[in-house]
Design a protein. Structure first.
Length: 231
């Protein structure tokens, strides 16, 4: 998997690209129906300069895996907070392209509008592909929230302390378990993104899309490392 020839290579280029793409985000739209919903995630081997991306397609009604794909490539960008999409997206795009069917939505393990420049991985991916996307993160990044009530489905706003703007929601997906942090990616509203997350997180804290994609990319990377070590 080659890195695209025009992919940003410096922090200044990446920041400029985020500023260019940010106005293209559509922060509204309906939730996907019970069609095919994808989850994407990545795993790194920094010593070998490798990234593995996984795309797992689930039936939205049953949460059963319908299709899965992986992509392996060189890490496309150095680690810079707020610019992680530039490390991950080339591999993620290749993994999605390897699926035979097009998802109704893609759930990213990360952020969308809950980003300092309102263009996290989920929004960036949505603008590049035109797909409906949302971000479901494990931490609130640099944003503020109060704890939601303990009941499943409870939520509180995730806000930017500098502006007071609501950039996402802290959502309780399991009673008494730490919330996840949901934000709009592209072509979906915030309430719809929360509803989609809850529909995908019926038994565990994280959406099944994220759980399956995380497991697949980790297994793929482990197999690749074992093969490399054996040689």
């Amino acid at each position: 998997m080659p890195i695209p020839a025009d992919w940003p290579t410096t922090e200044a280029e990446a920041l400029a690209e985020q500023e260019r793409l940010r106005p293209l985000v559509q922060p509204h739209g309906g939730a996907p129906d019970d069609g095919l919903i994808a989850g994407v995630d990545v795993a790194y081997d920094d010593e070998r300069d490798l990234v593995v991306a996984a795309a797992v397609l689930l039936d939205g009604a049953t949460l059963e895996v319908v299709e899965e794909a992986t992509a392996v490539g060189r890490i496309a960008f150095p680690y810079v907070p707020g610019l992680l999409a530039f490390r991950e997206l080339p591999a993620v795009l290749d993994a999605l392209a390897a699926l035979d069917r097009t998802p109704a939505a893609v759930v990213c393990d990360g952020y969308g509008l809950a980003h300092p420049r309102r263009l996290g991985l989920a929004s960036h991916l949505g603008v590049l592909t035109g797909l409906r996307t949302l971000g479901v993160a494990k931490t609130p990044f640099t944003f503020d929230h109060t704890e939601p009530d303990a009941a499943r489905g409870s939520w509180t706003p995730l806000t930017d302390p500098a502006t007071g703007e609501e950039v996402g929601r802290a959502v309780r997906t399991s009673p008494g378990v730490k919330p996840v942090f949901v934000s709009v990616g592209h072509r979906i509203g915030l309430a719809e993104a929360v509803d989609t997350t809850l529909a995908l997180a019926r038994r565990y804290r994280l959406p099944e899309t994220t759980r399956r994609a995380d497991s697949l990319c980790r297994r793929t990377l482990a197999a690749l490392q074992a093969e490399t070590s054996a040689n």
